[in-house]
Design a protein around this ligand. Structure first.
Ligand SMILES: C[S@@+](CC[C@H](N)C(=O)[O-])C[C@H]1O[C@@H](n2cnc3c(N)ncnc32)[C@H](O)[C@@H]1O
Length: 282
């Protein structure tokens, strides 16, 4: 049974499939210069690579890493994309969080298998997919989005890579109005005014629950931290950024790459404390 049929029956593949490539799967073609092309394999389909044709049928049934040639003699290798590769190549409505930040948010947010997690806004679904992977088949991800067009694009992206995970609930909901899904183990935010979520987070996060927010500018991070402090419901409030510097290693040229992504955003984490029993010092 190919992935299409499995999606249709409501099944999903949160874990990456192994074995020969099948129709319905999303794959990445990588050329000699490292350029990447994301396509979904379809029986009888044809990919146009700079005027050369690559029939999908020559890839279906082959192993990942196989080399195939276009009708103009250009060679590419075909792989299932990693989540990081998929996120960078998939169609976007809203700006996605970069893989370097997704990785940090998942680990610094301690998103674990079986966790109940709430996220806003869904955007293009990059963080949503990262969370789905991290919570696994026993977890739950509730993702809120106010823009219908972005939610639609996110759903398309998620379905293309993962089918229809029954661990995911997408809601058309404004998180500034509250968090209807509670109690939650983790809360992750990528929206303009995360501080407006602090009172709702204090209610929805269980004791020990973790807040993670991502914002592009310093004033946004400062207002988030000040609001978290003032709420007196959170401790261990930290803010950091991630700088990822690729290296060039070729013969004698062993040096940092000339270019890197200089700035993406600031990540703030915080821990929900337990309510103080009456009569005890807070
Ligand atoms: C930068 S995008 C999120 C991108 C997403 N993290 C990703 O990696 O694909 C921010 C999203 O938050 C949504 N948004 C803004 N305010 C919101 C709110 N109050 N409640 C829910 N979603 C909101 C926006 O419509 C937008 O889609």
């Amino acid at each position: 049974v190919g992935p299409r049929a499995r999606h249709a029956s409501g099944e999903h593949h949160l874990t990456v499939r192994a074995g020969p490539l099948a129709a319905g799967e999303v794959v990445l073609l990588v050329d000699r210069r490292g350029r990447r092309y994301l396509i979904t394999l379809a029986a009888g389909g044809v990919h146009d690579l700079r005027g050369g044709r690559i029939p999908h049928d020559v890839m279906i049934g082959r192993d990942e890493g196989s080399a195939v040639e276009s009708s103009r003699g250009e060679r590419v290798r075909v792989f299932r994309p990693t989540l990081a590769e998929f996120v960078l190549e998939m169609p976007r409505g809203a700006q996605v969080i970069y893989p370097k930040d997704l990785a940090m948010m998942a680990l610094w947010g301690d998103v674990y298998p079986g966790a109940a997690v709430v996220e806003a806004g869904t955007g293009s679904g990059a963080l949503t997919m990262t969370l789905l992977r991290a919570v696994g088949v026993a977890g739950r991800v509730f993702s809120y989005e106010i823009r219908e067009d972005f939610a639609r694009q996110a759903r398309r992206n998620i379905t293309r890579l993962m089918g229809e995970p029954d661990t995911l609930t997408l809601r058309a909901h404004d998180i500034y109005d509250g968090i209807p899904d509670a109690p939650m183990d983790r809360l992750l935010l990528d929206l303009p005014e995360p501080w407006r979520v602090v009172p709702h987070a204090a209610e929805a996060l269980r004791p020990g629950g973790i807040w993670v927010s991502y914002v592009p500018t310093v004033p946004q991070a400062a207002q988030t931290v000040e609001t978290l402090r003032a709420a007196r419901a959170f401790v261990l409030i930290d803010t950091f950024e991630t700088l990822l510097r690729p290296w060039n290693i070729e013969g004698l040229s062993v040096r940092p790459a000339h270019r890197m992504v200089a700035h993406t955003g600031l990540i703030t984490t915080a821990r929900r404390i337990a309510a103080t029993p009456a009569g005890e010092p807070s």
